[in-house]
Design a protein around this ligand. Structure first.
Ligand code: ITT
Length: 201
């Protein structure tokens, strides 16, 4: 079995990556290393934070193959917010539900000015692969879509229940995980990671 350590404490990301990689891979994450403090996400781009997360862990565990995932939602009518601060949009320690509430409120405020709906946006994901404390590659994926003003469905995590991907009429909170994992920002970044791994086997 090949081993991949995901530099994340977000179990939803790990589950999606594990399921997309499929058999042949043992996938672990930061929850298996409680003694290692997570990297501070001080960058102001997805790329910068993905690098910080990958290199921080790869320096601590240089023998392992490390993959980071920095991701988030951009909404055009909000000037790209919540963007890189998607996980803490409603403040440090905010839950996914707090963040969704803040997003719905922000969209309602834009409606007053006649800007939507539909509100367009996208999920972005940047992944960095690292080993021996060095970057091996950087990979980006995005999925375009529109935002809902009320949650739809219980599936997924984060902003999934408010996001309808292009080509579909239901949110990621309703669509089966196989559909999300076939077209998501994370799936598109991971497809490039897989290609890189195959060509460097
Ligand atoms: P790590 O830094 O430990 O990986 P995190 O959740 O803090 O975990 P990020 O800083 O990359 O990760 O923030 C990503 C946030 O963007 C996440 O908490 C969600 O709110 C949102 N997000 C990213 N991918 C998503 C997805 O597939 N579906 C819904 N929301 C997503």
């Amino acid at each position: 079995m090949k081993q991949l350590l995901i530099s994340t404490g977000n179990r939803h990301k790990t589950e999606e990556i594990r399921s997309m990689l499929g058999e042949g891979w043992t996938v672990t994450d930061l929850t298996a290393y409680p003694e290692i403090a997570p990297a501070e996400e001080t960058g102001d781009t997805f790329d910068a934070n993905a690098r910080l997360k990958a290199l921080h862990l790869s320096e601590a565990l240089p023998d392992l193959l490390v993959l980071s995932d920095d991701s988030g939602l951009e909404v055009d009518a909000l000037g790209g917010a919540p963007g890189v601060i998607s996980a803490r949009y409603a403040g440090v320690g905010a839950t996914d539900a707090d963040n969704r509430e803040k997003l719905k409120q922000a969209l309602r405020e834009r409606m007053v000015t006649g800007e939507g709906p539909p509100f367009t946006g996208r999920f972005r994901c940047c992944m960095v692969l690292a080993s021996g404390g060095k970057e091996l590659g950087i990979f980006n994926g995005a999925v375009e879509g529109t935002l809902l003003l009320e949650e739809e469905g219980e599936g997924g995590f984060g902003y999934d229940s408010l996001f309808v991907p292009e080509g579909h009429v239901q949110s990621f909170g309703v669509l089966p995980s196989e559909v999300k994992n076939g077209l998501s920002h994370r799936a598109r970044a991971l497809a490039q990671v897989k290609e890189w791994l195959q060509s460097h086997d």
